[in-house]
Design a protein around this ligand. Structure first.
Ligand code: FE
Length: 165
């Protein structure tokens, strides 16, 4: 094999090895087909949501860690989508990940959230969004606690907490 061709394929294998790790397993959480029950124009979302909610839900923004409403919330209840009120997560699956964002080891049911691959950074991440309105919620990682070993790292601004349900 020519040296250049060898280097090229070695590089391709290297990049492939970097890119593969958690994607296949995490993508099973419900890869999105990008059609949503609730759709609104950008102007409608802007008028319905606070600037923070809009930035996170509609522009895939990320709020600062430890400076958000729910990262340290230990109350019992349900977290709804701030865009469409769909129940997304229960306090029963919330845990302290020490990341400064609300973290859950599973959604409230199998159809609450969907995922897609996010290539915004140099490596792929699994993006999590609301099944009903498509609002961006956060990201999914595979370093969570048992039994799932998943960590749904969610922006507080994407959630509305309802106590005692
Ligand atoms: Fe929603």
């Amino acid at each position: 094999m020519e040296r250049r061709a060898f280097l090229k394929s070695a590089l391709a294998v290297g990049i492939g090895a970097l890119a593969v790790p958690f994607k296949p397993r995490l993508a099973q959480a419900g890869e999105s087909d990008e059609t949503f029950e609730i759709t609104k124009t950008d102007d409608e979302w802007r008028s319905l949501l606070t600037p923070e909610q809009y930035t996170v839900l509609r522009k895939e923004g990320t709020e600062p860690p430890f400076k958000n409403a729910y990262y340290n919330n230990k109350a019992h209840g349900v977290y709804l989508c701030a865009g469409c009120d769909l129940p997304l997560f229960s306090s029963e699956a919330k845990y302290d990940s020490h990341t400064g964002w609300p973290s859950f080891w599973k959604p409230i049911n199998d159809s609450a959230v969907r995922t897609k691959t996010d290539w915004k950074l140099l490596y792929p991440r699994t993006e999590v969004h609301c099944r009903r309105c498509g609002g961006h919620l956060g990201h999914l990682f595979d370093d969570g606690p048992p039994p799932t070993r998943l960590r749904y790292c969610i922006n507080s601004a994407a959630l509305k907490f309802v106590q005692g349900q």
